[in-house]
Write a protein of this length. Structure first.
Length: 235
């Protein structure tokens, strides 16, 4: 575990603007460098504002490929699906073709969906950018405390989860090892509810989120509500 770079912002809107700007810049660089931009999307509610901003910027084109860090085992069109949130807020209206948008088939159930997604990822090397959220307990994607998060080298790319403490219990998640096979890992964290987890992370606790590091950089993008007034010394 190495400490991330912390980027606090005045408020959630400033955070979204700054992150959207940086994401589009890195996408351009990735496409000009190797012709494709492999982006892993975060789930939960926090990223919705970012995806709406990316829609406003008409971000995305046929050089982009969209993957998911995790998915809830619900019907494919269920409102609580991470893929439904991203499609509704941004992707369905974007210039990223459906063949380049790779939802996790979590409607199949944890085990078969994990196997399918592992196959889909075969041959895909390093992700260019991974977006992740942070739970109040320090989880990220569907990697939860006191669970196997697949951090050890040689861990499978995709994990089947059937006892997640955050409903629904049945989920599919990229492993910490696979999420870390990325140039950049960016966490998007907003709201006072996440401050306690940020303080624990700053203190060096081995939270699941702290085990996911990018090869080039790991950045925690957060708003002032989530950033402690007097941050403890960074470990
Ligand atoms: C999920 C997410 C999960 C989420 C965090 C934060 O499927 O729930 O992948 O890891 O990112 O729990 O969720 P909020 O943004 O809703 O606080």
């Amino acid at each position: 575990m190495k400490p991330p770079e912390w980027r606090p912002h005045a408020d959630a809107d400033a955070l979204v603007q700054s992150l959207a700007e940086a994401l589009c810049r890195h996408a351009e660089r990735a496409v000009s460098a190797h012709g494709v931009f492999h982006l892993v999307l975060a789930g939960g509610a926090t990223p919705r504002a970012l995806y709406a901003e990316l829609a406003r910027r008409a971000a995305g084109d046929p050089a982009w490929h969209i993957w998911y860090g995790d998915e809830r085992c619900l019907p494919a069109d269920h409102a609580e699906r991470n893929s439904v949130m991203a499609e509704t807020a941004w992707l369905a209206a974007s210039r990223i073709p459906p063949r380049n948008r790779h939802p996790i088939p979590a409607e199949l159930g944890p085990e078969p969906a994990a196997a399918h997604y592992g196959e889909a990822l075969r041959g895909i090397g390093e992700f260019d950018l991974v977006l992740l959220g942070l739970g109040e307990d320090g989880h990220t994607a569907s990697l939860f405390p006191a669970h196997d998060i697949g951090a050890a080298p040689g861990s499978p790319d995709v994990l089947a989860v059937d006892d997640a403490p955050k409903p629904p219990a049945a989920r599919v998640s990229l492993s910490a090892a696979r999420l870390g096979r990325a140039g950049r890992v960016w966490f998007l964290v907003a709201g006072a509810g996440k401050r306690a987890a940020i303080v624990r992370w700053l203190r060096g606790e081995p939270l699941p989120a702290a085990h996911v590091c990018g090869r080039e950089e790991t950045v925690v993008w957060l708003d002032a509500a989530a950033w402690p007034d007097r941050p403890p010394p960074v470990f």
